[in-house]
Design a protein around this ligand. Structure first.
Ligand code: ADP
Length: 571
């Protein structure tokens, strides 16, 4: 039992460790996986964003360079006309091609004072030239040339850039600082050609600081027009399908205005990121929305956690099974030990029990032989010895039969044969067979107390005789030569048989146990010989007959064994 308890305890601790460790490892692993995925994803997203912003800035720098180059070219000229500007653009467009670079234009810088002179000069070259819309602003900036011509309408020539608020601001700023400026989102007169969302990059040929040596012919602005859509779409080719983004521009009121979106419909992505780009005095706010393939999916983490927990459960179950097996092995071991102990006990008891009659038999035989050799044997001696030998043989027979019966009961081969008979016949036969044993009891036979002389039963005759023999033998053995009484009565179609003696009795605690095999209620084999099997066999027979057996006894006053069996049991 101790071993079993120890195993339980050990496995209990192991289980607990495995269970807690399994769950902790699963959670830890899922957590690590999630963080590493998050890091990987954010590394990738960050990498893509940096690349894109870099290419956006590079692109805008190229456009600025084109404007600077155009400005430089114009500064080298004494006079500019449409032909020269057109030639210049052709050379320039041979050098590069950008889808979103729609072309360049030139607008003059004209003050109200210079206006008549400007108009006169211009009308000499082109009589149809006029400035529109009409304005009385101090400064005008009419568009002079636009390239390529295939895109720009001739009607746009003469459009006064200063008439439009954002263009005017950007021109003024460009002239003041000498830097490239940007208009922000403007309504273009040519909006039928382009989508409305356009902006201009503007450079002033002269700045206010170097205005002394101005050549009025080329005094003005070079500009390029872009649509936001094409401008931003192209700059973000790195994203392919991985990231969506929106571009906001800060307008005059300081409000964010959406100028470009790569998404068909707005969405709030997971792991959303933001960047600001300062360019030409404008701030672009770009919001990035990594798509699902880049977003860290909780479902994957949950799946990993789930698998971890399932594995823990499986391991736990295996350990549990191992535990059960270990427990069963322990029980089996215990049973085996018990069996071996029982076997040793059995061998020791039976050999002791068998030895006594065998020794007596041997001694008697030797003695008889010696007497016969010496021819000194008398008839009474011979009778005495033979009766002694008979008794010992009977004793041996009983012992061997008991052992055989035990073995039959254990192997399920204890057979029964049911027949109808009168119980009193069996009692008489038993008395006859046991005559020798009753020699020392008062009246030399038990007294029968019964109201009837015939009770028919349907039992196994031989086995019931065995029961009576056992009970009567015990009454003789433990009755200390006291009178023995057999009581027989009928009750509700059952027969109650009692066997009483007035001998030593059985102490209370042993009264239940004596029906177990090898149980002798503390009586040693030296005192009264016996295997402790008689009552066990009796119990088996009575139970087979659907009956009951019990004992009433008081130490020193005697014992009464009762059996109650239905007259006609159903087997
Ligand atoms: P055995 O007689 O071989 O010991 P039994 O199974 O017949 O085996 O009896 C078991 C034990 O019950 C006996 O050893 C004895 O201690 C006790 N016992 C049985 N019958 C009596 C009785 N009539 N009076 C006192 N003790 C008894």
């Amino acid at each position: 039992m101790k071993r079993t308890k120890e195993s339980w305890y050990k496995l209990g601790v192991l289980e607990r460790i495995i269970f807690i460790a399994g769950i902790s490892i699963s959670i830890l692993f899922a957590f690590t996986f999630h963080s590493s995925q998050k890091r990987k994803s954010s590394d990738k997203v960050n990498g893509l964003i940096e690349k894109s912003i870099f290419s956006f800035e590079r692109k805008i720098n190229i456009y600025e360079t084109i404007l600077i180059q155009t400005q430089t070219y114009l500064l080298t000229l004494e006079q500019i006309n449409e032909q020269l500007f057109s030639n210049y653009y052709t050379k320039l467009s041979n050098l590069f091609y950008f889808e979103d670079f729609k072309g360049i234009g030139f607008s003059r810088y004209v003050t109200q004072e210079n206006l008549p002179h400007f108009l006169k000069e211009t009308h000499n070259n082109d009589p149809s030239f006029k400035i529109w819309p009409a304005s009385n602003k101090k400064i005008l900036s009419p568009v002079m040339f636009l390239e390529p011509k295939r895109i720009y309408d001739r009607s746009l020539i003469g459009f006064d850039q200063a008439s439009e608020e954002k263009r005017f601001k950007a021109c003024t700023e460009a002239r003041k600082t000498g830097q490239t400026t940007m208009t922000g989102k403007i309504q273009t007169p040519q909006s039928r050609h382009f989508l409305n969302n356009s902006f201009l990059l503007i450079r002033s040929i002269y700045t206010e600081s170097n205005y002394q040596n101005v050549n009025h012919n080329i005094d003005g602005f070079v500009f390029s027009q872009f649509t936001y859509r094409e401008f931003f779409k192209d700059a973000w080719f790195h994203f392919k399908d991985d990231i969506d983004y929106q571009v906001y521009e800060t307008n005059q009121d300081g409000k964010q205005e959406l100028v470009y979106t790569s998404m068909l419909k707005e969405r709030t992505g997971i792991n959303q990121q933001q960047r600001r780009i300062e360019k030409f005095g404008k701030t672009f706010l770009i919001i990035f929305f990594p798509k699902e393939n880049l977003a860290v999916l909780y479902s994957e983490t949950l799946l990993i956690l789930f698998l971890g927990l399932v594995s823990t459960f499986l391991i736990f179950r295996n350990v549990n099974q191992a535990k059960k097996m270990a427990q069963e092995t322990d029980l089996y071991q215990e049973k085996l030990e018990e069996t071996l102990k029982g076997r040793d006990e059995f061998i020791s008891i039976t050999s002791h029990e068998l030895k006594t009659p065998l020794t007596t038999l041997k001694l008697r035989a030797q003695f008889l032989k010696r007497k016969m050799q010496q021819d000194q044997i008398s008839t009474s001696d011979t009778k005495h010895f033979i009766s002694d030998i008979e008794q010992q043989t009977l004793r041996l027979e009983i012992l061997v039969n008991d052992i055989l019966d035990l073995s039959r009961i254990r192997t399920g081969q204890f057979s029964y044969s049911i027949s109808n008979f009168n119980l009193f016949e069996i009692i008489s036969e038993t008395f006859l067979r046991m005559k020798e044993q009753f020699k020392n009891i008062p009246g030399e036979r038990p007294e029968i107390i019964s109201a009837r002389k015939e009770i028919m039963v349907s039992w196994d005759k031989f086995r019931i005789e065995q029961v009576l023999t056992n009970l009567l033998t015990n009454a003789v053995k433990y009755g200390d030569n006291s009178p023995i009484t057999i009581g027989i009565s009928n009750e509700n179609e059952s027969v109650i048989i009692s066997v009483s003696d007035k001998g030593r009795g059985i102490h209370q605690e042993a009264q239940e146990m004596i029906f177990n095999r090898f149980e002798r209620a503390g009586i040693s084999a030296n005192e009264i010989s016996g295997l402790g099997l008689g009552l066990y066999i009796t119990y088996q027979i009575v139970t087979y007959h659907k009956g009951k057996i019990w004992v009433e006894s008081e130490l020193g006053k005697g014992s009464t064994f009762y059996i109650k069996i239905p007259q006609y049991p159903t087997f």
